[in-house]
Design a protein around this ligand. Structure first.
Ligand code: DUC
Ligand code: ZN
Ligand code: ZN
Ligand code: ZN
Length: 490
């Protein structure tokens, strides 16, 4: 007898879609088939869509920004919010601020998450101060202990690393088996445009978008790709916002670069017009890179469809719309001082389900890969998570495709105080959410205890393993410097 049987749902995996039952035993999927034996509990999923729970591999939780602004969500509210939106696994950041040592940073985040998370989680590390101790000891150890992804920034005064440091990080990552995630924007381009705008008294939120010109994103993306090429290691460019960077990535991939890329709901569902509002209201829509225009949205959809953008994460960056968050100087806050980022943990899946899946833009399998499977492979969790298959954790979201909701922040479960998607109508909603075989959300109620979520040590990311097995770069790659590296002989 199973612990739980889900009956007659329309199951979508990363590979196909079919009607069947799922038998769950001991937290994992024990059987998929027709007329399975009863469970201690049976869930009737007739007419409902049964999909893997989402993996959100980019979320800032209980993290202080480099400017010292605290996230509104802790590991409890963030993971509750995620669960209500059909996400059953998150990979937030353990963020090093300058002066901190990696082991203490990891221990502090691990403790917070262990006490509060209601769904399973891994971690990435954010590196802001690259030291010999970090490169020689702390990173190899963290990677061996299951933190196999490292985020670095090319912008922000207190986070930015230089190219020399990036090469050091890339070398360690390549050797030890970690993925380097890059926030690619050219710091000086942004600073230079911003100074010009501020000198003219142009301080409104919409000028954030003007300052973060797409050139900043293309230049830094290209530079990051070339630095990775020097060492022939994979990288992941996070939160790609528009066509220019997508084109850079697409052509680099064609020429043999091992570059992977992520985008987020804001780049599909918001535009620069949202930032252009009375007073400081537009700050609710400010993130970095900024949202662009309608034409850019179309290109981002294309990038998802053609595989250039393989990862769809929220980049949940939950800052309240007040002096504790977005507006450190109250009404006098300029675009340069606003905390950057938008919330999205709960709505990431419903938005894509409504606008991608139900509109026919994405197949169910594409939806599954973009929201779960690709994340699992990217971060070395595919033996546990990311699909519906026998032996995997029973992390499942059961969707009602007929449900319709008008989004209101007051119905969500984060602590941010607003949502940039207020009033938007979404079709389809995850009505029952299961984590390791336990129902955690049902009838719009949370059924999970604080702290039930488990830490997931991540294995070596699949793209790193693949890169190690790839044949030598082709002739076409020659101009990228992928062939014949003289310096490597020495
Ligand atoms: N980068 C992120 O990854 N998230 C929020 C803001 C930022 O700059
Ligand atoms: Zn970033
Ligand atoms: Zn800015
Ligand atoms: Zn982020």
């Amino acid at each position: 007898m199973f612990d739980l049987t889900i009956r007659n749902g329309r199951i979508s995996t990363s590979q196909n879609t079919f009607v069947a039952d799922i038998g769950i035993q001991g937290g994992t999927i024990a059987a998929i088939g027709e007329n399975l034996p009863a469970g201690r509990r049976d869930i009737d999923a007739q007419g409902l869509w049964v999909m893997p729970g989402g993996i959100d591999s980019h979320a800032h939780i209980e993290q202080a920004s480099s400017a010292g602004v605290m996230c509104a969500d802790d590991f409890y509210s963030a993971t509750v919010s995620a669960a209500f939106g059909g996400t059953t696994c998150v990979i937030p950041f353990a963020a090093q601020h300058k002066g901190q040592q990696v082991p203490e940073v990891v221990a502090a985040y691990a403790k917070l998450a262990a006490e509060k998370a209601v769904i399973d989680y891994g971690f990435h590390l954010i590196l802001s101060e690259i030291t010999p101790q970090m490169l020689e000891q702390d990173l190899p150890r963290a990677i061996a202990e299951g933190i196999t992804s490292l985020k670095v920034y090319m912008t922000y005064d207190k986070l930015k690393i230089d190219d020399f440091q990036m090469l050091d990080v890339l070398e360690v990552a390549g050797r030890e088996g970690a993925m380097v995630m890059v926030h690619a924007e050219n710091h000086d381009v942004i600073r230079w445009i911003a100074r010009r705008l501020l000198d003219k008294g142009l301080t409104a939120p919409k000028f954030h978008g003007v300052a973060h010109d797409a050139i900043a994103e293309i230049e830094a993306s290209s530079r990051a790709i070339h630095l990775a090429n020097l060492l022939d290691v994979p990288i992941l460019l996070v939160h790609i916002s528009g066509p220019e960077a997508i084109e850079v990535i697409r052509s680099a991939r064609q020429l043999g670069s091992k570059v992977h890329a992520e985008t987020c709901p804001q780049y599909l569902f918001l535009t620069a017009e949202d930032m252009d509002q009375e007073g400081l209201e537009g700050a609710k829509f400010c993130c970095s890179p900024p949202v662009r225009d309608k034409a850019a949205q179309d290109k981002v959809w294309q990038g998802l469809l053609d595989g250039t953008l393989g990862i769809y994460s929220s980049d949940h960056a939950p800052y309240k719309f007040d002096e504790s968050g977005k507006l450190p100087k109250g009404d006098a806050t300029t675009f340069k001082e606003m905390a950057n980022g938008v919330p999205g943990l709960e709505l990431r899946l419903p938005l894509l389900f409504s606008e991608g899946l139900l509109t026919g833009r994405l197949t169910p399998e594409e939806f599954v890969r973009l929201t779960a499977t690709n994340h699992a492979y990217m971060y070395g969790l595919q033996k546990r998570k990311g699909d519906i298959a026998v032996g995997l954790d029973a992390d499942i979201a059961i969707w009602d495709p007929q449900a319709q909701r008008s989004v209101r922040w007051s119905d969500l479960h984060d602590q941010v105080g607003y949502t940039p998607y207020e009033g938007r109508v979404v079709n389809g909603w995850p009505i029952t959410v299961i984590s390791r075989g336990e129902v955690v959300v049902e009838n719009a109620q949370l059924q999970a205890e604080r702290g039930r979520g488990q830490f997931l040590p991540c294995e070596c990311p699949e793209p790193i393993l693949q890169a190690a097995q790839q044949p030598k770069p082709s002739d076409a790659s020659q101009w990228l410097g992928l062939k014949g590296k003289a310096w490597q002989q020495y």
